[in-house]
Write a protein that binds this ligand. Sequence first.
Ligand code: HEM
Length: 431
Amino acid sequence: MGHAAPLRRDPLRFLCGLRQRGPVTKIYIGPRPVHVVNSPDQVRELLTVQARSFDKGAMFDALRVPLGDGLITAVGERHLCHRRLVQPAFHHERIARYARTMAERSLARSADWAPGTTRDLVPDIHRLTLDVLLRTLFADPHEPGLDAAVKDWLTVKYHSMRLALSPLHAWAERVPLLPGWRPPDAGPLRRLVDVQLRIIANYRADGRDRGDLLSMLLLAGGPEGALTDAEVTDELITMFLAGTGTVSASLAWALHEISRRPDVQRRIHDELDTVLAGRPPAFEDLPALVHTRQVLTEVLRLHPPSWLLMRRAVRPVTLGGVRLDPGDEVFFSPYALHRDPHLYEDPEVFDPDRWPADAAAKAPRHTFLPFGAGSRLCIGEDYAWTELTLAVAAFTAGRRLEPAGTAPVRALVGTVLRPDRLPLTARPRPS
Ligand code: HEM
């Protein structure tokens, strides 16, 4: 069992506790050794200086079969080439176009939340992030069966990701500890791929740029050629995989923190009143929403959805004085780093003002890692900041959020770190 039991029982506390054992420490999950990196300097080595000596590791291998081989799982030349081809879909001017959808859908989703009523916002937020992703991926789907295929696939996604990314589940095949273990069903992926191939065929037929992500993936090309239809479907599925749970967890944590802090909420209201003066939020407003950005930065520090990341050595390499052989697995935890008292004063305190207003956008890499770093840095980072800021503005501008009930909101530590529920009451804003 090694450290599997404490890692399963309370993974966050276990990972934070490891920092006392030095910059790189070895733990065992079942019979397998895993090296845990606890210092920002060694994380920098891992993600940038020595990045070529590592791939993503066993857990991502496990995702490739049920979820396809898009950017998140791709390695080596395939990763470099696809990264170059996918990048234009996330350029600034493109995100400005997606922002219209983000703002419009966030306002629509929050509009029917009447003052005086209480809701668990978690399901609303899930629906919102999926809706935004679908509409920014496919501005023009007109394809019957897309919604059903996505819903069907999401259930397999959750199962596969839990299996692959949760530290203990990843070893389920080798360490048969889990009685409920079963392999993911390949049917939903196949059906989603079929629907997407039909959409791609329609797009290719007229070659129009519809302003969405799919158009960019189809238009992308370079010396290395263009993405094939099969590669495009892998990338689309990767976006579902990477761009829904992470954003909904962050938005839920943000509304949770804001609702519990009248002073923070008041400053957000003041900022929105000044910048928006009653009109809907838009992409052009983002630079002026300074306090909202500081709040979101602090939310991502305290509650990074990707709480545990991993790599695997592909050649002999030394990290923090520890020699790693090919195949050796490495973990590092943005959560543990973000709560390290050597890196942040009073790390458990929620304090948006720890981020200077003009530097919030450039928080230091390697001590602030919600989006990773180096060549595998989240390609959707700007997309996520945009969606989160516009959604926070939409949900807070016209109402005051208040926590409902006395039961504490708990962190669920799964493939992402998310709140189990978010019961909030909307109150009218004093005029
Ligand atoms: C708050 C929201 C998000 C968070 C916290 C987040 C976090 C991350 C992290 C930590 C990584 C690096 C993983 C590693 O190094 O192993 C990553 C990679 C990635 N993310 Fe995000 N992400 C978010 C939103 C998004 C969105 C909205 C999209 C797309 C629409 C997206 C697409 C991707 C992709 C494709 C990769 C793989 C990039 C590569 O390896 O080249 N993410 N994300």
